[in-house]
Design a protein around this ligand. Structure first.
Ligand SMILES: [Zn+2]
Length: 103
């Protein structure tokens, strides 16, 4: 009944530290947050940090999208959400309308 000496709990802790932590950090980094901060945060605040990173990061990206426009997949310049041709590189990006509203 002593959970602190259970090998299963030890294994779970190791998984959280060395698997879940880096995955959380990597997900956070993709969304513009700190890798190391969220590795540690992902371990300390497991599983709240994971929920926070994925939910918050998504809305963060959507907010950037709305405020500054979406990113051209070819030249990475910010363009208007409804644009079908990039005004910087002239490429057709009509098929990549992931974040465009239904209109
Ligand atoms: Zn472009």
């Amino acid at each position: 009944m002593d959970s602190s000496t259970s090998p299963l709990v030890g294994l779970l802790v190791l998984i959280v530290i060395f698997v879940v932590g880096p995955l959380t950090g990597a997900a956070a980094r993709r969304k513009g947050l700190g890798f190391a901060t969220w590795w540690v945060g992902g371990v300390v605040l497991f599983p709240i940090a994971q929920i926070y990173v994925f939910v918050f990061a998504k809305s963060y990206e959507a907010g950037i999208e709305q405020a500054y426009g979406r990113e051209c997949p070819y030249c990475a310049e910010r363009i208007k959400p409804k644009a079908v041709v990039c005004r910087f590189c002239g490429r057709d990006i009509g098929s990549d309308r992931r974040f465009a509203p239904n209109a």
